[in-house]
Structures are given as C-alpha cells and as structure tokens.
Design a protein around this ligand. Structure first.
Ligand code: R5P
Length: 288
C-alpha cells in the first residue's frame, strides 16, 4: 500500500504515512504556462493499493485530486482510494429552490468515477455520525472529528457549556456535550446571503460559563462573529470556538482577538489547526 498526497495536504499525508508505516509515494505536480495542472506518478504502483490524501479548498485542488487518482489507474494501481479531509461543495446537497445545481451530487459522482472508495471528514450535510453513507447510490465513508475537537477542549475549560450555532449542528454538539459531560444549548441562525447571517438567542444560560461554540465549518466567520457578539452580552467567563474545517476566508486574527481560544483540525492547514485528524484517517486505512 502506498499513500500519495496532493499539494493541499502534504503535512497531513506525511503524518498519516508515519502512523500507518506506509510509504509516501513520489509524484510530480506542476503547472503548464496556461495554469493547467500536470501530474506524474514517479513511484512504481503496478498492482499496489494506493491512497490519495487531498483536501479541496479550491477547484484546482479538486482537479489535482482527480488527476492523481486517474494517473494511478493509468499506471495500473490495483485499487485507488480518495481520502478528502475537506470535501468542498457539500453545502448544496439538494435543490433548495427550483433550477439550482446540486453540487454535492456532481462532486461525489465525479469522485465515485475516479476512485474505488471515498473517505471524507465531517461531510457538511451529515449532522452526526460516522461510517458508510449512501447518497444517491454513492457510498462514501464519513469520519467524525468532533470527538477529537471535544477532547482538545475537555481539560482546558473548567465549567463548559456548549453552543450550537444553528439547529443543523445540534446532533454533533449533543454528542460532544456527552463526551465532555456538560450541557448544551443552541442559537437560531437565518442565512441572508453567502456572507450575511442573522443569529438570534434567548436565555442561553451562559453567564459565568466557559462557552464553547462548535461548528463544522468556519468560512467567512460571519456565523461565529455574530454568535460571539450575542453570547458576550450575557457575561460568560470565557468564549471559545472549535470547528473541524477552518477556511478562515478573512484570516484567523479576528478570531484570535475576539476569543479566549480558537482551535480547528488540520483538514485544512491554518494557524489555528491544533487538532490532528491523522490518527482517525490512519484508523480508516488500517481497517481496509
Ligand atoms: C452552515 O451550515 C455551516 O455549518 C457553517 O455554520 C457555515 O458554513 C459557516 O459559514 P460562515 O463562517 O461564512 O458564517
């Protein structure tokens, strides 16, 4: 078995190869003058089972992933597995209004064509749970990193209260509250546009508490910043934020300045990536 990494997940793939004792395969990735991506597999992969680890923050990351998977098949790898710690385009998993594309289906269909198995971490449209999920006939494996996020904060907060930013996150937050043996509550969120949200709260009971807001993704940061503003009004002891995928489109600094602690996993490498999903990915590989 050999692990390959795309350019978006180099450190994480290295960590996984150390944990699994598997070789990190050699490959060349470069750009043509017009910016098209060139991929060449340099390790001998004939009859080998291969894993490609590549998060997809951009369409180019996704293209690179498809080219790597395809190149492995061209070079006669026995099976090729896609491990996509952050899988983009998962927010649009159905038509919310008539005429819309269903991007989650498009992306998963393409991956399903190119790989013998698909693994991701906290796929956005799965509120809670891990293992195999069937989405429109495409089976993929979902790793739940929320327990790792909970464990990171467990010893750091003395009187924790967990907050879900919306109803959609309640399942995950309930699970982490069990693990941290504490209570939880939730806000009400209404998305006005891609970068504007309205957040409402009533009697959160956060006064004197170490509040931990948990979300799967921080993208623009609008959701969290609004939540923090509301919570601060109720005089908490501390306000902390944990998430799995830190896109931080406006940088990490606004969070570091506004919060007592902010931590996310390394599905996407950021200055706040203090929690590693390498062991969870290694476990998935060992199971095969
Ligand atoms: C939405 O359903 C997600 O769980 C996150 O709350 C959302 O993606 C965060 O986006 P932003 O950081 O742009 O508010």
């Amino acid at each position: 078995m050999i692990i390959f990494n795309g350019s978006a997940s180099a450190d994480l793939a290295w960590e996984v190869s150390r944990k699994t004792n598997l070789e990190l395969g050699k490959r060349e990735i470069k750009r043509f003058p017009d910016n098209e991506i060139y991929v060449k597999i340099q390790s001998y992969v004939k009859h080998e089972e291969c894993y490609v680890i590549q998060s997809t923050r951009s369409s180019d990351d996704f293209m690179e992933l498809l080219l790597l998977l395809d190149a492995l098949r061209e070079n006669k790898a026995s099976r090729v597995h896609a491990i996509v710690p952050y899988l983009m385009y998962m927010r649009q998993d159905k038509q919310f209004t008539e005429g819309e594309s269903v991007s989650a289906k498009t992306i998963l269909k393409l991956l399903n064509e190119s790989a013998d198995s698909i693994t991701t971490v906290n796929c956005h449209f799965i509120d809670s749970g891990e293992g195999d999920f069937n989405y429109h006939g495409i089976v993929f494996n979902n790793i739940d990193a929320f327990p790792e996020v909970g464990l990171y904060f467990k010893g750091k907060l003395t009187d924790p209260l967990l907050i879900a930013p919306d109803n959609g996150s309640l399942g995950r937050v309930r699970k982490v509250a069990d693990l941290m043996d504490c209570k939880f509550n939730h806000l009400k969120k209404k998305r006005i546009s891609g970068d504007t949200v309205e957040v409402e709260a009533k009697n959160l009971g956060v006064s004197g508490k170490d509040v931990l807001i948990l979300d799967d993704i921080i993208s623009t940061g609008g959701t969290i910043i609004k939540a923090v503003e509301l919570i601060r009004k109720e005089d908490p002891k501390s306000v902390n934020v944990g998430c799995v995928h830190g896109l931080f489109l406006n940088g990490v600094e606004p969070f570091v300045n506004a919060l007592d602690r902010v931590a996310c996993t390394n599905t996407l490498p950021t200055p706040a990536s203090k929690i590693s999903v390498a062991e969870a990915i290694a476990k998935t590989i060992r199971k095969r």
